[in-house]
Design a protein around this ligand. Structure first.
Ligand SMILES: Nc1ncnc2c1ncn2[C@@H]1O[C@H](COP(=O)(O)OP(=O)(O)OP(=O)(O)O)[C@@H](O)[C@H]1O
Ligand SMILES: [Mg+2]
Length: 246
């Protein structure tokens, strides 16, 4: 019950298998960094967990019962998806105000108006953008939009937070705010965080455990210190020291 688990996961396009994970188990409240070369299957893994993509085979256990992902209907998937917050590399905003964008998830969950107001205010304060509540979301700068996307993911207080290179196109100032917010949120809640990043110092700073994904497989999994200082497989040794891997 206290973990997120995937089993026998396989994702293929045509005759190419892009992801094959026999078993992966993520503890409640732990922060995981996911690194690996481009095309390794990292985003596919998060998209499958977030039910945005159906695998050829596989099951997911999300702090509860195990669910077969291949036969999952929309109505059975919805309560699972509502336990998760997702931030992608490029934020997509609805054509509405910042306030409406952040409150949408709460309105879907039929929360009381006063509670919605309180939670949205709290989330906007967290990302230090309360002053932009009435601005049209499509007029935000890239950095502001990404912080609003984070507020939108956090406002629902997800049990599982999925982050796919969320700071890849941000400047150092926005990166530091973004990191501080997810660190604070992670410390204050019992949220499990899975964060993909190509920024290895960022994975070192934030993650408690790191995973190395290569060619569709999780090939190494270790506490962050050991992962970077004593990588076991040669591909990870090359990856962390900046050498090409093939
Ligand atoms: N809809 C699709 N159709 C065909 N191939 C796909 C599709 N989606 C992903 N792929 C392929 O699956 C592989 C894994 O893609 P994925 O996006 O998971 O990689 P990634 O590890 O996130 O890479 P990056 O670090 O560049 O974001 C890639 O070879 C990609 O081209
Ligand atoms: Mg990706």
């Amino acid at each position: 019950m206290n973990r997120v688990e995937v089993r026998n996961l396989q994702v293929s396009y045509g005759n190419k298998t892009v992801l094959a994970v026999e078993h992966a188990s993520f503890e409640r409240g732990r922060f995981y960094g996911i690194v690996g070369p481009s095309g390794a299957g990292k985003s596919t893994l998060l998209r499958v967990i977030n039910l945005l993509e159906k695998p050829a085979s596989g099951s997911l256990q999300l702090f509860g019962d195990e669910t077969d992902l291949t036969s999952l209907s929309y109505s059975k998937g919805l309560p699972l998806q509502r336990k998760m917050g997702f931030v992608a590399q490029k934020p997509s905003m609805f054509h509405a105000s910042v306030y409406e964008n952040v409150s949408l998830g709460l309105r879907y969950r039929k929360r009381e108006k006063a509670e919605i107001q309180m939670l949205v205010q709290e989330a906007l304060d967290l990302v230090e953008l309360s002053h932009l509540a009435d601005q049209r979301a499509n007029t935000l700068s890239g950095g502001e939009a990404q912080r609003i996307a984070l507020a939108r993911a956090l406002v629902i207080k997800p049990k599982l937070l999925l982050l796919d290179e969320p700071t890849a196109s941000l400047d150092p100032y926005n990166i530091s705010i973004f990191e501080r917010v997810i660190q604070t949120f992670h410390r204050q809640t019992n949220t499990t965080v899975l964060m993909i990043t190509h920024n290895l110092p960022q994975a070192r700073r934030l993650a408690q455990t790191c995973l190395f994904v290569n060619k569709g497989r999780i090939v190494e999994w270790a506490d962050t210190d050991a992962f970077f200082n004593r990588p076991a497989c040669i591909e990870l040794q090359d990856f962390v020291s900046g050498r090409m891997i093939c």
